[in-house]
Ligand binder design. Structure first.
Ligand code: MN
Length: 252
C-alpha cells in the first residue's frame, strides 16, 4: 500500500462507479477543479479543512409532521457537522487526500493510508450519505419518473414492493446504518449497509435513494418505533431528485 494517492486512480474508480455524470450539476463536494457529483448541495464556509457542511436545501421545519424540526436541527447541525469536522481532522496531515472530493474518498478507501482509513470510512461515509440524504427529502407530492417507474416494475415488482423492501432492510439492519435503493449492473436493487458505509464501498451499487436508520434520525418523534419512521419517511421523498439520479446513473 502506498501513502501517495493517485488522483487518476480515484477518478477512474469514480467513472467505474458511474459517478462521472451530470457535468452541469457541479457540486461543491467535487474535487477542486475536478469531477462532478451526484450531490448538489451548496456549502457553508468551513475554515477547518477542504470539506464543508452543505446547507439544508429547505427549512428545518419543512418535513413536519413526518420528521420533526428539532431532529432536523440536531441531525444536520450536530451530527452531519461532526462528520465533516472529523473528516477534515483525519486528512489534516495528508495534502494528497485533501485534494480529493468526499465521493472520491468513499470510492477509494483502499488507497487511504491505514492509519486513518477507519476515520475516513466513517466520516467521509457520514458526510457523503447525509449530503445525499438531505437532497433525497423535501418535496412531498413528487412522483418517480416514467423511466424509473418502469424500472421499479421490471426489477423490484413496482414502487410499493420496493418501499416494502427498503423498509424491511432498514428494520432488519441491526444497530445503526442505512437502507438503499441502488443501481447494480444496470438494474435496481435494495441493499443495506452498517454504520456510515455506502453501497459504493463494497461495490453493491450506485445509490439513488437512501434512508438513515440510525436512532438519531427518528428517536425524538418515533422512539423505538423504527418501522413507523420508515413508513412515514416516504411522505417526504423528493422523487424528482431520485429520478434524476437514476437517469444520470444510467447515462454514465
Ligand atoms: Mn444520520
Amino acid at each position: 500500500m502506498t501513502a501517495t494517492v493517485s488522483r487518476r486512480s480515484f477518478v477512474g474508480a469514480m467513472a467505474g462507479a458511474g459517478l462521472l455524470v451530470g457535468q452541469q450539476r457541479a457540486s461543491v463536494l467535487a474535487a477542486p477543479g475536478g469531477a462532478s457529483s451526484i450531490l448538489t448541495n451548496a456549502a457553508q464556509d468551513a475554515p477547518d479543512g477542504p470539506h464543508t457542511l452543505p446547507d439544508l436545501p429547505y427549512d428545518y421545519a419543512a418535513l413536519e409532521p413526518h420528521i420533526d424540526t428539532l431532529t432536523m436541527q440536531i441531525h444536520h447541525d450536530k451530527h452531519h457537522a461532526a462528520y465533516v469536522a472529523n473528516l477534515n481532522k483525519a486528512v489534516a496531515d495528508y495534502p494528497d487526500l485533501q485534494a480529493l472530493s468526499v465521493e472520491q474518498l468513499v470510492t477509494g478507501l483502499d488507497s487511504v493510508p491505514e492509519a486513518i482509513r477507519t476515520a475516513v470510512r466513517n466520516n467521509a461515509g457520514g458526510h457523503f450519505n447525509h449530503s445525499m440524504f438531505w437532497e433525497t427529502m423535501g418535496a412531498s407530492g413528487t412522483k418517480p419518473s416514467d423511466v424509473l417507474t418502469s424500472a421499479l416494475d421490471r426489477d423490484l415488482g413496482g414502487l410499493e414492493a420496493m418501499q416494502t423492501a427498503v423498509n424491511e432492510a432498514g428494520t432488519k439492519r441491526f444497530g445503526s446504518g442505512w437502507s438503499w435503493l441502488v443501481v447494480q449492473d444496470g438494474k435496481l436493487a435494495v441493499v443495506s449497509s452498517p454504520n456510515q458505509d455506502s453501497s459504493l464501498m463494497d461495490n453493491s451499487g450506485t445509490p439513488i435513494l437512501g434512508v438513515d436508520v440510525w436512532e438519531h434520525a427518528y428517536y425524538l418523534l418515533y422512539q423505538n418505533k423504527r418501522a413507523d419512521y420508515l413508513t412515514a419517511w416516504w411522505n417526504v421523498v423528493n422523487w424528482d431528485v431520485v429520478s434524476q439520479r437514476y437517469a444520470d446513473t444510467l447515462a454514465s
